[in-house]
Design a protein around this ligand. Structure first.
Ligand code: SOE
Length: 381
């Protein structure tokens, strides 16, 4: 196959000399602990040569048997049941918080104040006030900090941002984003249904992703929201869904919604952007595809897997698609590059200010739902 398809370059990536290690401490061994641990291991040989070589020093979790098993499974040197041990461990230079939302603030702030670079899963805090405090206190320490909005690191989404920035869509009139899942009917005592632990339901869990990606793709801020939240499960204390009409500072209008009560939708984060010269659309359940309409030509499907497509120099010949977990490989490699001084978190990674701004929009949607009025989003600092 021709050079540009990548077959000939397969496996030929050549790395420099010694790659400096970086000690990693992981809070959490469940879903995000698994996704991040997998990514730290995979980037060490797929993002070759990595900016820094992750050394999995310790993983923390409350259940000693489970966290010990996770340490053995992923290759952490130690398993601990108290996250404070990660914060005080001098061998840990990067603290990665994959814990439940109520455990985002204190461990992340204390780790940063101990001089460790930090990654914190989304949503940054349980509401705008907590997110603002986390951002402000970590900002003062000067460490590298990323809020893990991983969908910024989907190749199709990075390509979409490039096309929008190039002017291919012209003036942006609409953003339409929705994140639909179906598991909300479960009675499982997951922390995500507990307001004191999660802060909100679909809004902070799924809606924050839509809000952040809208800001990232458009390079614009959400100015006003008119929204409603809904709880379908009797007695549940968090929202199961929300719907919102939004205006952006630059004049774009659109809708943002999320639900955990959409039977048949497994992890369907869909967006569509309409401009004066064309449209783009995407669905996370078909994450390697970007739907493009140039003018009114109608949508065509681009399989985002060519050698010159975002991130694809690391992967396979075109058409050999990648998966959801690989977005964390891209994202955590970006963090290591920033720590190594080869890149900065912004604009492609979400900063803690981005995490705060998403939370401010979520709070405005809650206010609008409560008072029945359109709410202006007021951003602090
Ligand atoms: C559950 O809704 C969840 O795991 C979210 O918390 C993640 O952010 C999303 O990427 C997948 O679904």
């Amino acid at each position: 196959m021709s050079e540009e398809t990548g077959f000939q370059t397969m496996g030929r990536a050549s790395g420099g000399g010694e790659i400096q290690p970086i000690g990693v401490g992981m809070l959490g061994y469940a879903f995000m602990g698994k996704a991040h641990s997998n990514a730290f291991k995979k980037l060490s040989y797929m993002a070759w040569p990595p900016p820094l070589m992750p050394r999995l020093v310790a993983i923390a979790g409350r259940d000693e048997a489970a966290v010990s098993e996770a340490a053995r499974r992923y290759g952490y040197e130690r398993a601990v049941t108290d996250w404070h041990e990660l914060v005080s461990d001098p061998e840990i230079e990067l603290f990665d918080n994959g814990g439940p939302n109520n455990l985002h603030a204190e461990p992340t702030v204390l780790a940063a104040e101990a001089g460790k670079h930090v990654v914190c899963e989304k949503p940054l805090g349980r509401d705008a006030a907590e997110s603002y405090e986390i951002w402000q206190r970590v900002e003062k320490t000067g460490v590298v900090a990323l809020c893990a909005f991983n969908y910024r690191f989907v190749p199709a989404n990075r390509l979409a941002r490039m096309l929008i920035e190039s002017g291919q869509l012209g003036e942006i009139h609409h953003f339409r984003g929705r994140y639909l899942q179906e598991w909300g009917t479960t009675d499982a005592g997951v922390w995500r249904f507990d307001k004191s632990l999660a802060g909100s339901g679909a809004l902070g869990d799924l809606g924050a992703h839509v809000i952040d990606l809208a800001r990232y793709l458009l390079g614009d801020e959400i100015a006003t929201v008119s929204g409603v939240t809904a709880t379908f499960k009797p007695g549940r204390e968090v929202d199961d869904a929300f719907e919102a009409a939004v205006q952006f500072e630059g004049g774009t209008v659109g809708t943002i919604e999320a639900s955990r009560f959409a039977p048949g939708r497994k992890n369907s984060f869909q967006w569509e952007i309409n401009g004066s010269k064309g449209s783009l659309a995407f669905d996370m359940e078909r994450m390697n595809e970007l739907y493009i309409s140039e003018g009114t030509s109608g949508f065509r499907t681009k399989l985002v897997s060519e050698a010159d497509d975002p991130f694809w120099s690391w992967w396979w010949p075109h058409g050999h698609i990648i998966g959801w977990g690989d977005t964390f490989v891209h994202e955590l490699t970006h963090v290591l590059a920033a720590i190594a001084g080869q890149d900065t978190i912004a604009p492609h990674g979400a900063t803690f200010e981005d995490g705060y701004r998403a939370a401010e929009v979520c709070d405005a949607i809650v206010r609008s739902s409560e008072n029945g009025r359109r709410e202006r989003v007021e951003y602090r600092g």
